[in-house]
Design a protein around this ligand. Sequence first.
Ligand code: GLA
Length: 388
Amino acid sequence: MKLTIDDVRSRFIKHFNGETGSIYAAPGRINLIGEHTDYNGGFVFPGAVTQGMIAEIKPNGTRKVRAYSIDLKDYDEFSIDDEKGPRASHFRYIFGVVREMMALGVPVEGFDTAFAGDVPNGAGMSSSAALESCYAFALNDLFGDNKIDKMTLAKVGQATEHKYIGVNCGIMDQFASVHGKKGNLMRLDCRSGEFEYFPWNPKGYRLVLINSCVKHELVGSPYNDRRNSCEKVAKAVAAKHPDRKIETLRDTTWEDLEEVKDEVGEVDYKRAKFVLGEKDRVLAVCDALEAGDYEKVGEMMYQTHEGLSKDYEVSCEELDFLNDVARDCSVTGSRIMGGGFGGCTINLVANELYQNFVDTAKREFKAKYGKEPIVIDVVIGDGARKLC
Ligand code: GLA
């Protein structure tokens, strides 16, 4: 599906008395490498995609938000002064963003809104961050004179996940959705907040996602448990080294990890081991990209998959299967992408091998699981913006 302004405007007009408002968009994201590193103060390497969320918004002169989800054909209204807010998660994202913007001093007022998206749900491409970033950007523009900086807008989305949805996510998804730039990936240091754009134009290769369509749902998934494991290990190291400033696993070394191995136990040790390895891999990928060495980039992606599957244990049978198919088809790099527990693999594939790979993946996956996976070609697009 290619979502257009008209898809949203026509429904907005129908639902809200024929008048029009302003239209905003924010994208989902991919991540080349650096998984589960953001909440550990490490590096991530995402880029915005061309799929995203589009919302039309018009202030309505009341203290109420009247919201229509075009995709779900669902309507609700809620007061922006209410503490509890709506129940349905698609409206809670909007409510959370409203409340967080108000907490920052933005004089938000009631508005009418209709929204739709074409980021596949549960694919690990951050449809929820797209929704949050779209509204954070829009409310800043409509009510806040654009005084809130972009990183703070990303943090509004993240706080919404933490406080209103119950997912203790890191900053990667909202960061990418707000800061995305056409044709560029971004390397973000999640400890310092510093980032740089990396033009993404791999000569002779392309990125393609294979969506297993196994539902990726971080609410109620062991995502928060993984984060707790990492924090526990960082605390154990900090207790042994009061002289050092250790806030996250980013501040720890392989020696530190060995030192607390018995104390933290096998499972948490494995989780931390993955994170330390992933921290090094992101930097190795950056070096490889600068040298134009895509084979090296791909090798790191396979290592990440292995770690996410065996040590971090956020893969599933279907994703491991797709990873094996990629290897069999000589795909340069392949790994599970995003939070895990379902969703997509991201694949770096040489142009001449692309067609055989996607055909084989579709055929073999269908033979084994009874349905075709969805192939999504990656195009790196722009971040949150006003469309009209
Ligand atoms: C989800 C979270 C991100 C990040 C990834 C894993 O997408 O929202 O903050 O932790 O998982 O890299």
